[in-house]
Ligand binder design. Structure first.
Ligand code: ADP
Length: 601
C-alpha cells in the first residue's frame, strides 16, 4: 500500500464528512463567505437607525437641527437601503451556490453508490435488509443534503451577524459591550454543563433504549400469547419491566439535561438580554461612564445575536448526525466488489457441464464453510446435494451463481472459469429458484418477464402454464396485470411457482434449485415438483433438497457434511453403504412417521 493511499484512508476515517465533501469544499466556503458578507450588510440598517436617532438627538439638543444634518441622515438611509438590498442578494446567491454544490455531490454519491452496488457480490445483499440499503441511499444522502445545502450558508449568516454586532458594540463602548454580552458566556457555561450531564448517562440511556426496542419487538411477536393469557399471563412482563427501567433511566438522563438546557436558553432569550442591557446601562450611566443616548445601540443590536447563537447550536447538533451518515456512506463505498469479467472471446463455453476444482469458501476468515470440494455435473444430468442443516449446501448453490467467489479453487462452466464469464452471459446460462423468493412490486406479467422483458404474452403464459401457476393468475382480479402485493396476495408456494415461470421463460441450459419447495404446502409442492420435473428434462440440474424422496432418481447424489463431500453415488449405491445418507433416510422416515402418527391421533 503506498503512502498516499494510507493518508487517504486515514483522512477518510478521521473525518468522513470532510472526505466526502472534499470535491465541493471551495463552493461551500464561497457559500459561507457570501452568506457572512450578506448578513453583515443586512445589519447595516439597524446600525444606521441607532446612528440616525443619536444624530437627531445630538443635533436637537446642541444645534437645534441643520440642513447639513438632514443631508447626512438622508445619505445614511439611502446607504442602508442599498446595503439591505445587496445583503439580501448575497444571501440568495449563497443559498444558490450551496444548493448547486449539494446537487453536484448528492448526484455524484448516488451514482457512485448505485455503480458500487452493481459490483458488490450478490451474496452481500442476502446478508442485509433492504431497509439498511435504503437508509444509506435515501436517509443518509438526505442528511447530507440538509448539511451541504443549509449548514454552510447558515453558519456564514450566523458568524456574519454575530461578528458585526460584537465589533459594533465594542466600538460603541467596550465596558458596556462586555456587560451586555455576559449572558452569552452564561449560555456556553450552561450548555457545557448540559453536555457533561448527558455524557455521564448516555451509555446507560443507549443500553436501555436498545433493551426497550428488542422488548417491543418480542412483545409484538408474542401478542397472540398475551391475548390468550390476558393481563395475568407472563408474556407481557418482560416488556413492562423494560418500559419501567427505561422510564427510570430516561428520568435520570433528562433531568439534569433539561434543567441545564432550560437555563442556557433562558440566558439568551431577548428579554434576558434586554434586562441585562438596561441594568448594566443604568449602572454605567449612574457612574457617569455612559451617555444615556449611547444605551440605544445596545438595546437594539444585542438581542439580534440571540437567534444566530441558537441557530449555531442546532447546526452543530445536526453536524454530528451528518458525520454518522457520512461514515455509513463511506463504509458502503468500501464494501469489496466482485471483480468484473472482461469477457474473453477466446474462451468459449462448450457445454452445460459444471466442475468444482478444489473449491474452498468461508464467510469469515475464521470459519471455513466449504473445504477442498471436487465434483462435476455432466451436461444434461441431475445432481442432488443432501446433508445435515448447516453443512454448506446453499453456499455451494450461491457460489455456482457467483453470489461470491471461492477463496480457493475454481468453478468451471462449460470449461470456462466463472470469473471469466460476463454476468449477463452467466445468468443466460444458469437459471435459479432459491429458498427466498423475491417478487418485485410490479405486475405478475412483469415479474415473470423480469429476465426477458421483451417476451410476448403467449411466451409468458406458456411459462406460467409449465409452472402450474397460469390458472391461479387468471383467477386474480386483473389477471396478468395484477400488481403483486396490491391486487395479488400470493402464498409462499405461489410466489415460488412465479419464480419457476420466470426461470422457464429464460430457458437456461442449467438450473439451480435450492429447497425450491421449502415455502410450499402439500398441494403446492406436488404442483411445483411436477412443473420442475417437466422443465428439468434435458438440462443440467443441481437440486438442494431436504425431502430425500424427491431426489431418489437423480443421476448422482452428493452427501455433504461440515463442508466436505463424504459420500457420492446413486440412491441405491449410497443407501447400501449404510453411511450418512442411510442415516438421513432413517431420520426422515422416523420424522415423517411420527408426524403421520400425530396427525392421525
Ligand atoms: P445448508 O444449506 O447446508 O443448511 P448453508 O450453506 O446455508 O448450509 O450454511 C453453511 C454455514 O455457513 C452455516 O454454518 C451458516 O451458519 C453459515 N452461513 C450461511 N450464510 C451465511 C452468511 N451470509 N454469513 C455468514 N455465515 C453464513
Amino acid at each position: 500500500m503506498c503512502a498516499s493511499h494510507v493518508k487517504k484512508v486515514q483522512a477518510q476515517y478521521s473525518n468522513p464528512l470532510n472526505f466526502i465533501l472534499h470535491p465541493i469544499r471551495l463552493k461551500l466556503i464561497l457559500a459561507s463567505v457570501t452568506a457572512a458578507v450578506g448578513s453583515m450588510l443586512t445589519l447595516v440598517p439597524l446600525i444606521a437607525i441607532t446612528w440616525v436617532i443619536s444624530t437627531i438627538f445630538t443635533e436637537v439638543t446642541t444645534l437645534g437641527g441643520s440642513q447639513q444634518g438632514d443631508d447626512k441622515i438622508l445619505w445614511m438611509m439611502l446607504l442602508s437601503i442599498g446595503c439591505l438590498l445587496l445583503g439580501m442578494l448575497l444571501l440568495t446567491v449563497s443559498e444558490l451556490i450551496a444548493h448547486l454544490a449539494d446537487h453536484e455531490i448528492t448526484g455524484q454519491l448516488q451514482s457512485k453508490i448505485t455503480q458500487h452496488l452493481t459490483q458488490v457480490p450478490l451474496g452481500w445483499f442476502t446478508g442485509r435488509s433492504s431497509g439498511e440499503v435504503k437508509q444509506i441511499m435515501q436517509d443518509d444522502i438526505g442528511l447530507l443534503h440538509s448539511l451541504t445545502a443549509h449548514f454552510y450558508p447558515a453558519v456564514g449568516r450566523a458568524f456574519g451577524t454575530i461578528s458585526v454586532a460584537v465589533i459594533f458594540l465594542l466600538m460603541m463602548d467596550w465596558r458596556m459591550a462586555i456587560l451586555a454580552l455576559l449572558p452569552f458566556l452564561g449560555f456556553v457555561i450552561f450548555l457545557r454543563k448540559a453536555m457533561r450531564a448527558s455524557g455521564n448517562n448516555i451509555q446507560q440511556f443507549a443500553t436501555q433504549l436498545g433493551q426497550i426496542n428488542s422488548a417491543t419487538v418480542e412483545f409484538i411477536h408474542a401478542i397472540p400469547i398475551v391475548k390468550t393469557f390476558g393481563k395475568t399471563g407472563q408474556a407481557s412482563q418482560g416488556y413492562q419491566q423494560a418500559v419501567h427501567s427505561f422510564a427510570d433511566v430516561f428520568r435520570i438522563f433528562t433531568r439534569p439535561l433539561v434543567k441545564s438546557m432550560a437555563h442556557a436558553h433562558a440566558m439568551i432569550s431577548p428579554i434576558t438580554i434586554l434586562g441585562v442591557v438596561l441594568l448594566s446601562g443604568t449602572l454605567l450611566i449612574s457612574l457617569g461612564w455612559l451617555k444615556p443616548i449611547n444605551l440605544l445601540p445596545f438595546m437594539l443590536i444585542t438581542p439580534t445575536i440571540c437567534a444566530p447563537v441558537l441557530l449555531l447550536h442546532t447546526l452543530l447538533h445536526d453536524l454530528q448526525a451528518s458525520q454518522a451518515a457520512a461514515q455509513r456512506i463511506l463504509a458502503l463505498l468500501d464494501t469489496p466488489v466482485l471483480p468484473m469479467a472482461k469477457g474473453n472471446p477466446q474462451l468459449q463455453i462448450k457445454d452445460s457441464s459444471i466442475d468444482f476444482h478444489q473449491v474452498s469458501y468461508g464467510y469469515t476468515a475464521q470459519h471455513q464453510v466449504l473445504s477442498d470440494l471436487n465434483f462435476s455435473l455432466k451436461s444434461g444430468t441431475i445432481t442432488a446435494i443432501v446433508g445435515p442443516s448447516g453443512a454448506g449446501k446453499s453456499t455451494i448453490a450461491q457460489l455456482l451463481l457467483r453470489f461470491f467467489d471461492p477463496v480457493a479453487g475454481k468453478i468451471m462452466l462449460g470449461g470456462v472459469d466463472l470469473r471469466d464469464i460476463q454476468t449477463t452471459t452467466l445468468y443466460q446460462q444458469i437459471g435459479f429458484v432459491l429458498q427466498d423468493t423475491r417478487l418485485i412490486h410490479a405486475s405478475v406479467r412483469d415479474n415473470i418477464a423480469l429476465g426477458r422483458p421483451n417476451a410476448n404474452q403467449q411466451e409468458i403464459e406458456n411459462a406460467a402454464k409449465a409452472a402450474n401457476i397460469h390458472d391461479r393468475i387468471m383467477a386474480l382480479p386483473q389477471g396478468y396485470q395484477s400488481i403483486v402485493g396490491k391486487d395479488a396476495q400470493l402464498s409462499g408456494g405461489e410466489r415460488q411457482r412465479i419464480s419457476i415461470a420466470r426461470a422457464i421463460l429464460l430457458d437456461p441450459p442449467i438450473l439451480v434449485l435450492d429447497e425450491a419447495t421449502a415455502a410450499a404446502d402439500i398441494e403446492n409442492e406436488i404442483a411445483i415438483q411436477d412443473a420442475l420435473s417437466k422443465f428439468a428434462q434435458g438440462r443440467t440440474l443441481l437440486v438442494i433438497a431436504h425431502r430425500l424422496d424427491t431426489i431418489m432418481n437423480a443421476d448422482q447424489i452428493l452427501v455433504l457434511d461440515q463442508g466436505k463431500i463424504v459420500e457420492q453415488g446413486t440412491h441405491e449405491a449410497l443407501f447400501a453403504q449404510q453411511g450418512l445418507y442411510h442415516q438421513l433416510w432413517s431420520y426422515t422416515e422416523k420424522h415423517v412417521h411420527t408426524q403421520m402418527g400425530e396427525a392421525s391421533c
